[in-house]
Design a protein around this ligand. Structure first.
Ligand code: FES
Ligand code: FES
Length: 177
């Protein structure tokens, strides 16, 4: 029985294979668990760690809704097995805020109306965060390229690009203080 969909879905049914020990860092916290060798990182984050911010869209690497940052790189967590992330440093959308204070990037998404239904937003934020960590002063083309794997059905993308550019400017200003 699938624990996620509560039916016989073929995505989440345990394989019956011997569980594998996993240890990694998620949002700054050490995590240790036994995982089914066929479990994706996306399912591990949602089902085991209850980090529901990371979304499951296509489940096959096409939509970007499941994007997280692993060892500094934005990746599709639906395409990675949990068993592969041994010793990895993982950041999910829940790791962007500092306590009760949301990040500048999240503030700018709100400010620029860069979300509507919000389903794509966690993935967008993580792709944008990985870009800004790598390139603090990106061009619009670099933002477009970084977000190319993240689909949004609602916003038309322009407010998202504006939000990322505004974040870059604000973060650079903060650094100069
Ligand atoms: S759910 Fe992973 S890319 Fe769509
Ligand atoms: S805000 Fe709805 S899919 Fe992007």
């Amino acid at each position: 029985m699938c624990e996620v969909h509560k039916n016989n879905c073929f995505i989440h049914v345990p394989s019956g294979m011997q569980p594998i020990a996993l240890s990694c860092i998620v949002n700054g916290e050490a995590v240790a668990a036994m995982v089914d060798p066929t479990m994706t990182l996306l399912n591990f984050l949602r089902s085991e760690l209850k980090l529901f911010g990371t979304k499951e869209g296509c489940g096959e690497g096409e939509c970007g809704a499941c994007t997280i940052i692993m060892n500094g790189v934005a990746v599709n967590s639906c395409l990675i097995l949990a068993a592969e992330v041994e010793e990895a440093n993982i950041i999910t959308v829940e790791g962007l805020a500092q306590g009760d204070k949301i990040s500048i990037l999240q503030e700018e998404f709100i400010e620029k109306d860069a979300l509507q239904c919000g389903f794509c937003t966690p993935g967008m934020l993580m792709s944008a965060r990985a870009l800004l960590d790598r390139i603090p002063n990106p061009t619009v083309d670099e933002v477009k390229e970084a977000l190319a794997g993240n689909f949004c059905r609602c916003t038309g993308y322009f407010p998202i690009i504006d939000a990322v550019m505004a974040t870059a400017e604000r973060e650079r200003r903060e650094l100069r203080k």
